[in-house]
Design a protein around this ligand. Structure first.
Ligand code: PLP
Length: 469
């Protein structure tokens, strides 16, 4: 019963992690009402009147059609396996086995898993790196132009994946990036897991669909009031109906391959309710208040001299712990003991997700705790982080699925140079692989990984799994 007891435990004073509904405070109102019904009464199978995401008839189909119209999408599908499941389905719809797909280095691991499932060949493009925070930054259009050229020089691509916003609320100039990809006649899959709220307030950048992305995946628990695992896949409008119809068919096929045959009616309803609320007048007002509170908190912290990362999403507050002389993982441990639960600790930063209804005591308690943190652990700023020694565009030397299944051995990181990775090296969160199976670890990469191991205490082993022989 340990798990159930944990779920019953009282909430800590300041839970600033996902889901964005903040322990139910900002659950979409219709979902809240549903959950007040006798427990379990809403746990239903694909009854004819309910249907499922791939049925043409029924309440789910109707809700998906309403959501698509509301969001300006050609089609939309709700998902019950998070943004992960829908990203994988989208990827498999865009590329056939053996085809190459261009992905950013800060890809979420679900995309890598999608490449394994679809036997796709990932081509990874490097990103600008911020030495002060240790974070990857969004690509510029000029970078992407060069990388597209380099990737295409080595063979055709089937699709390009972009990620925006990042976990830390950093947004790319999507219209420019999407246009660069479209000029090469390629489709864009946008991982907008953290950006369901974009475009809904003048303070936020435009949404991916409005920026021209062909397929967009949003998590509905990261920036909307849905339950964990609720997500949506959006298909953009296309001027040419024939390829769009073909794409729809391909998407439905890959959703069928990957989706459970018993999708939870509750999670599907959660997707519908979260989108309906977020895009309603009441939802926008809630978002507006949450953004204002986030901005007020930021000003307060800046006035107190606390270093914050400049980003584009006021609901993500990213403390630049390295500037305070503290590793973000250490800061996280210290705050957790005092009831402040952050979302994402990293060596140079600690990200708090304020959610759609930030707790009232946030403005009083967080500044106090962060000042205490600085007092307790603060020191001279950490030295700059080294960028990963990566080429602008790189492909694993051995096919991803082959390397991941190959006979392997574990070798110390200090002896890894020259070997081929058999497993990803992936601190979680954020779930961004630092090394992917099939990549050869050269001396520079081995030295960088050793450095990473010191920076992520307890998250990266001192050995690495490599292909045997
Ligand atoms: C950028 C990004 N994409 C996709 C995902 C996967 O989302 P989910 O956990 O809903 O499957 C995450 C999760 O953290 C993420 O950060």
């Amino acid at each position: 019963m340990a798990l159930l007891e944990r779920l019953r435990a009282p909430r800590p004073p300041l839970p600033l992690h996902l889901p964005a509904h903040g322990r139910g405070r900002a659950l979409a109102p219709a979902l809240r009402r549903l959950l007040r019904q006798p427990p379990g009464s809403w746990d239903l199978p694909e009854l004819p009147e309910i249907g499922g995401p791939l049925e043409n008839e029924g309440a789910v189909a109707e809700a998906q059609a309403v959501a698509a119209a509301r969001l300006g999408a050609r089609r939309c599908w709700f998902g019950v396996n998070g943004a992960s499941g829908l990203l994988q389905a989208a990827l498999l719809a865009l590329a056939a086995p053996g085809e190459r797909v261009l992905l950013p280095r800060n890809l979420h691991r679900s995309l890598l898993h999608g490449c394994v499932l679809g036997q796709l060949r990932p081509v990874l493009f490097d990103l600008p790196f911020d030495s002060a925070t240790g974070l990857w930054l969004p690509p510029t259009a000029a970078d992407l132009e060069r990388q597209l050229e380099a990737a295409l020089a080595a063979g055709p691509l089937a699709a390009v994946v972009l990620v925006s916003p990042s976990y830390q609320g950093l947004c790319a100039d999507l219209p420019a990036l999407v246009a660069a990809v479209h000029r090469r006649g390629l489709p864009v899959l946008l991982d907008e897991a953290h950006g369901a709220h974009l475009g809904l307030d003048p303070r936020l950048p435009p949404a991916g669909l409005a920026s021209g992305a062909d397929l967009v995946v949003q998590s509905l628990q990261k920036a909307a009031g849905g339950l964990a695992q609720s997500a949506v896949l959006l298909q953009g409008g296309s001027p040419d109906p024939q390829p769009a119809a073909e794409r729809t068919a391909a998407l439905e096929r890959s959703l069928l391959w990957l989706q459970t045959s018993s999708p939870s009616a509750l999670l599907l309803a959660s997707s519908a309710a979260a989108l309906e609320h977020l895009h309603s007048a009441a939802g926008r007002r809630q978002l507006e208040r949450a953004l204002s509170r986030g901005e007020r908190l930021r000003r307060q912290l800046e006035r107190a001299g606390l270093p914050l990362l400049a980003n584009q999403d006021p609901l993500r507050l990213c403390l630049h712990t390295a500037a305070m002389g503290v590793n973000g993982l250490e800061a996280d441990g210290w705050l957790m003991e005092r009831g402040v639960i952050a979302e994402l600790p990293e060596p140079g930063c600690l990200t708090f997700c304020l959610g759609l209804k930030p707790p009232r005591r946030l403005l009083r308690l967080l500044p106090r705790r962060l000042l205490q943190l600085r007092q307790a652990l603060g020191a001279a700023p950490l030295p700059p982080f080294s960028p990963p020694p990566l080429p602008p565009v790189a492909e694993p030397e051995l096919p991803l699925g082959q390397a991941w299944r190959a006979p392997r051995e574990r070798v110390p990181l200090t002896a890894a140079a020259g070997r081929i990775a058999a497993e990803p090296l992936c601190p979680y969160p954020p779930g961004i692989p630092l090394l992917i199976p099939g990549e050869r670890i050269d001396a520079g990469r081995a030295a960088w990984l050793l450095q990473q191991q010191r920076l992520w205490p307890g998250q990266i082993a001192d050995t690495v799994s490599v292909v045997a022989g």
